[in-house]
Design a protein around this ligand. Structure first.
Ligand SMILES: NC(=O)c1ccc[n+]([C@@H]2O[C@H](COP(=O)([O-])OP(=O)(O)OC[C@H]3O[C@@H](n4cnc5c(N)ncnc54)[C@H](O)[C@@H]3O)[C@@H](O)[C@H]2O)c1
Ligand SMILES: O=C(O)C1=N[C@H](C(=O)O)CCC1
Length: 253
């Protein structure tokens, strides 16, 4: 049995995970943490992580970037593995996460779904082949109107994966409205759309001379992220210190 501490338990993802864990005999949520305590949960909820006095095997975090330093410090001080799913982290915060992984196991992933994690590999092959023929690369992501960060962590992960396969020679362009110039060859345009209840949609567009190749992922429900996070928690609860990602988890699917 993997005992989970759910950080951000009263948010949209925290509640979907609570539902999935309730039907999974291999996991249980032993405590939740959320600054907003307005839900009925079948486990104790703390508004301050410092007050948490329940043992757990792993923490899952779906909260907000500004809350990440606190949960990271707690995980470090108690030596508890941390599945970090919150997006919008600054470069400094990511550096702190990397530093903390010298002491505890951390799995950091902007997208817990199987499809996106498969696609993160496929875009590398497409980028290598198509940029050789001068194709331009643009990423368009769409999310619901409650999302705070932009562009999505997943769009950035796609850009980073592509750039890694291109020897980090590409720059990112988030805004074409401030300059009147043609696009650079070695750039990746990244664009965010926000509206309604769109769960999560990513298109990676390779546009060449007279042909366009588009790789596309659509999330049809938040369950795909929750299932991935619970699988990641089971995986990480057994691990020693170090940085992990969803590639390590989907290898076992
Ligand atoms: N990695 C993935 O697959 C994936 C999937 C979906 C969402 N996300 C990310 O997860 C995060 C949460 O998404 P959501 O849709 O559940 O958001 P949400 O706003 O519905 O939930 C966030 C919860 O965190 C709580 N919270 C805020 N500050 C806190 C603090 N200091 N301490 C404890 N709890 C705090 C809020 O009260 C809220 O209940 C976002 O960054 C989102 O981009 C990642
Ligand atoms: O709903 C969100 O917020 C999501 N955020 C992630 C991101 O920023 O990439 C993943 C998809 C859902």
């Amino acid at each position: 049995m993997t005992r989970i501490i759910m950080h951000g338990c009263n948010g949209k993802m925290g509640q979907v995970i609570s539902g999935i864990v309730a039907n999974d005999p291999e996991t249980s949520i032993v405590a939740g943490i959320d600054i907003s305590d307005h839900m009925d949960n079948p486990y104790p909820v703390y508004t301050r992580i410092e007050d948490l006095d329940v043992d757990g095997d792993v923490i899952i975090d779906f909260s907000i970037a500004s809350a990440v330093p606190t949960v990271l410090n707690y995980a470090k001080s108690r030596k508890i593995p941390l599945v970090l799913c919150t997006t919008g982290l600054t470069e400094e915060q990511i550096a702190t996460v990397n530093e903390a992984s010298k002491e505890i196991a951390i799995l950091l992933s902007a997208n817990m779904s199987l499809g996106v994690n498969l696609l993160l590999n496929l875009v590398k092959k497409a980028a290598k082949t198509l940029t050789g023929a001068n194709f331009d690369i643009e990423i368009v992501e769409k999310h619901h109107n409650q999302k705070i960060d932009a562009p999505s962590g997943t769009a950035l992960a796609f850009a980073d994966s592509i750039n890694e396969s291109l020897n980090h020679e590409y720059t990112y362009n988030y805004d074409r409205s401030t300059s009147r110039v043609k696009r650079e060859g070695q750039e990746i345009g990244i664009h965010a759309v926000r509206g309604g209840t769109i769960v999560g949609d990513h298109a990676i567009i390779f546009a060449g001379q007279d042909e366009v190749v588009e790789l596309h992922h659509s999330a049809l429900s938040k369950d795909i992220f929750a299932v991935g996070a619970v699988n990641a928690a089971k995986f990480l609860s057994q691990k020693c210190q170090g940085m992990y990602d969803m590639q390590n988890v989907i290898e076992n699917y």
